[in-house]
Design a protein around this ligand. Sequence first.
Ligand SMILES: Cc1cc2nc3c(=O)[nH]c(=O)nc-3n(C[C@H](O)[C@H](O)[C@H](O)COP(=O)(O)O)c2cc1C
Length: 122
Amino acid sequence: MIAYTSRTGNVSFVISKLNLPNIEISDGLHLKVPFLLFTYTDGLGDVPARVSFFMKHNHPYCRGVIVSGNSNFGHDVFGMAGDKLAMEYGIPLICKLDLRGFPQDYEKIVQFYHQYVKEVVT
Ligand SMILES: Cc1cc2nc3c(=O)[nH]c(=O)nc-3n(C[C@H](O)[C@H](O)[C@H](O)COP(=O)(O)O)c2cc1C
């Protein structure tokens, strides 16, 4: 599963290219399967509030983070939400995309997913 949030559509666009199971983060979402987190960056290198809240309650099943940012914000804060989450929860930062990123980024995400995020099929 990939749990994602998107404000202006870039993350949603990438999600639509991955062909992987996904769910948009909503208030109160509680996942009990391994997942990757996919978020954008807010403020000046900030984690969106909804994502912070979601991770407080769901981090044990999170296997890694993917982040989208805009490199025009400058190197210091580009995609910084991903760095912060990786540090806080001790999870790998799989990919930092500039806006919608590139097909090579999508391949990397899909590869990581198949290697490390096992779906429980019932
Ligand atoms: C108010 C605002 C603040 C932002 N701050 C940052 C930032 O600090 N660092 C960064 O890399 N991108 C920043 N961005 C860019 C977004 O993270 C980037 O456009 C991302 O692709 C948005 O994903 P979405 O279209 O799925 O919402 C900011 C965008 C907005 C609108």
